[in-house]
Design a protein around this ligand. Structure first.
Ligand SMILES: Cc1ncc(COP(=O)(O)O)c(C=O)c1O
Length: 405
């Protein structure tokens, strides 16, 4: 065996020397952000004004929505949207257990109860499991477009219509993703986005709610701005809102970031397609499946399942080996949300009885992902990722029988 065919984890030469050839950095900024930030600084107009409006209009157009209300984070966007949709204490909201905690903690903060319905092979919520979870207390469904992969919105909307439920899309990974050419966020009643540091468009923090429902948009706008009425006067408060206003600095950065998003998304999709085709051919690996109705996909995360029995080694061993070869891949969420301490200890509901085997399997045994910025690399970079997977597969017997820990 040569040094380059031996796994780097076991003393060989890595496929990619990350120190010498780093992956594309995130976030990306250039003269555009610099100039626009300086302009805001020197204008003295730092507070919730024209730039926020301009970004909201452009982002609404980008998602194909009639309205966009910006706010300080995806988490506040969720809380405000749930409040605007009229969620009351004790209401049940069905969502995925395989998501960031905010999707469900926002529900709890309104006094309502998240009910977890398992995911299917798509890593997104399974419509059959939603149907089984509906009770007379159910008020709405919060599907999560995990990694930017849109859920089966045809079935989810049909189910919601039949049962009189709202659909609030957690589109915090799905900037630009489209279902039959319609943008994420307006596939249900409304949708929420995050612009936090790791996201495909970012100002460090930030969030937005989009909708085609004008009344809902007006209510959200009031709620992010201390419950004010937009016309009746500064100290007239018609709702119990909060201060979740975006600054002009954040809006200026987001506006500049939005300029690049379309081209970046095309590149991510192109590179992800190369990976999907090649990695699916390796026994025991399965890229997150797409759907022909998804006409654009943000690829916030590149998600890959390993079947340890068919691949030949446990997930953690694959990850160790891949990292040593220069691929920064991880196992993602360690547990489904209902196993997080806050849920296990919750007084308002017994989550100890909850069991979602597929989400659990992704967390504990099979799920892996790496971040979207790697997909901004070249085709040669993608070939290296593929070469890393093949190298691990070719050496899997040795990997199984050695433990370098
Ligand atoms: C699926 C999902 N929903 C909601 C959020 C919350 O967004 P933020 O971090 O902007 O509050 C995140 C953040 O990572 C997320 O991944």
């Amino acid at each position: 065996m040569t040094d380059s065919s031996r796994l780097a984890l076991l003393g060989g030469v890595p496929v990619r020397d990350e120190a010498r050839r780093p992956w594309p950095k995130w976030p990306i900024s250039d003269e555009l952000e610099r100039a626009t930030m300086l302009e805001v600084l020197e204008s003295g107009a730092w507070w919730y004004g024209e730039r926020v409006r301009r970004f909201e209009d452009r982002y609404a157009a980008f998602q194909g929505a009639a309205h966009c209300v910006s706010c300080t984070s995806g988490t506040t966007a969720l809380e405000i949207a749930l409040q605007a949709l009229g969620v009351q204490p004790g209401d049940e909201i069905i969502t995925s257990p395989y998501t960031f905690v905010a999707t469900a903690s926002a529900v709890v903060r309104l006094g309502a109860v998240p009910v977890f319905a398992d995911v299917d092979d798509s890593w997104c919520i399974d419509p059959d499991r939603i149907e089984a979870a509906v009770t007379p207390r159910t008020r709405g469904i919060v599907p999560v477009h995990f990694g930017g992969r849109i859920c089966d919105m045809d079935r989810i909307n049909a189910l919601a219509d039949e049962r009189g439920l709202f659909v609030l899309e957690d589109a915090c990974h799905a900037w630009g993703s489209r279902w039959n050419e319609r943008g994420a966020g307006v596939l249900g009643r409304c949708g929420v986005f995050s612009f936090q540091h790791s996201k495909n468009i970012t100002a460090g923090e930030g969030g937005a709610i989009v909708t085609n429902d004008e009344d809902l948009a007006l209510l959200c706008r009031s709620l992010v701005n201390c419950g004010r009425d937009p016309v009746k006067g500064w100290y007239l408060h018609v709702n119990f809102g909060t201060n979740a206003r975006l600054t002009e600095f954040a809006a200026a950065i987001l506006d500049a970031q939005l300029e690049r998003l379309k081209d970046q998304t095309a590149r991510r999709e192109h590179n992800a397609a190369l990976l999907n085709e090649a990695l699916a051919q390796i026994e025991g690996l399965e890229p997150q499946p797409g759907d022909h109705r998804i006409t654009r996909r943000s690829y916030h995360l590149y998600c890959l399942r390993i079947d340890p029995d068919r691949f030949g080694c446990p997930r953690d061993r694959f990850i160790e080996a891949a990292r040593a070869e220069g691929l920064p891949i991880g196992a993602g969420y360690p547990v489904p949300l209902y196993k997080q301490p806050a849920f296990v200890d919750a007084a308002f509901h017994d989550y100890r009885a909850c069991h979602c085997p597929r989400a659990n399997d992704l967390c504990e045994r099979s799920g892996m992902w790496f971040r979207h910025s790697l997909l901004l690399g070249s085709e040669d970079d993608m070939r290296e990722i593929i070469a890393i997977a093949h190298k691990i597969k070719a050496n899997v017997a040795e990997l199984r029988t050695t433990d370098n820990a």
